[in-house]
Design a binder for this molecule. Structure first.
Ligand SMILES: [Zn+2]
Length: 199
């Protein structure tokens, strides 16, 4: 086992550092500022910093270039209120550094690629329906969309799932024109043709 201690973990006064150390916590992820970069939502952290602690934000941008000891972030002028509590915390339970921040992940919705999928599926021998999924990834109100399709095609159309609309009749080809027309943010390239699907 190596006994070497990384320089930044060495306990004791360091040159050029003012004591007592204070730790500034990020308002976005609740972690000490130097941990922000490991947080999945680092961009938001930066935004928060820029807004609330512009001085630290500038430092961070510089720090990215690599000054090495980016560690203790307490010397900034803006770090005051939260500093004291932090010191106490760290001596009592050294292993915990506001862990909840790291567990927070983005909502699944944001990860889902934006895409609308159209497919046709047989209903009985002659009838088919058109299934539209993915409208919700564009934040479109499914109920309104179903109603719109119903009116447009003069046929039954209803919301059948979390992000699924079933239109009575084969209107798949028309949808490729109608959807971008109705919702300009959905380019035709975002619409996938899944062909005939068995359900
Ligand atoms: Zn942060």
């Amino acid at each position: 086992m190596a006994t070497e201690v990384p320089e930044r973990l060495v306990i004791g006064p360091k040159e050029g550092v003012t004591y007592p150390l204070t730790v500034t916590y990020c308002g976005n992820c609740s972690m000490p500022l130097e941990y922000c970069e490991y947080y999945p939502d680092y961009e938001k952290c930066k935004q928060w910093l820029e807004k609330n602690l512009p001085a630290e934000f500038e430092r961070m941008k510089m720090g990215a270039a690599g000054t090495g000891d980016g560690g203790a972030s307490g010397t900034g002028p803006a770090s005051n209120a939260t500093g004291e509590a932090a010191d106490g915390d760290e001596t009592k339970k050294p292993q915990k550094r506001g862990g909840k921040g790291i567990m927070k992940t983005k909502k699944a919705k944001d990860d889902t690629p934006k895409k609308v999928c159209l497919s046709r599926s047989a209903r009985g021998k002659r009838k088919s329906v058109t299934v539209v999924t993915g409208l919700a990834t564009f934040d479109i109100d499914l109920k309104l969309a179903a109603k719109f399709f119903g009116t447009k095609f003069a046929c039954g159309s209803s919301v059948t799932g979390d992000d699924e609309i079933v239109i009575q009749g084969d209107v798949k080809d028309e949808l490729f024109d109608i959807i971008p027309e109705k919702w300009p943010e959905i380019d035709e390239d975002f619409i996938d043709d899944l062909g005939d699907q068995k359900r």
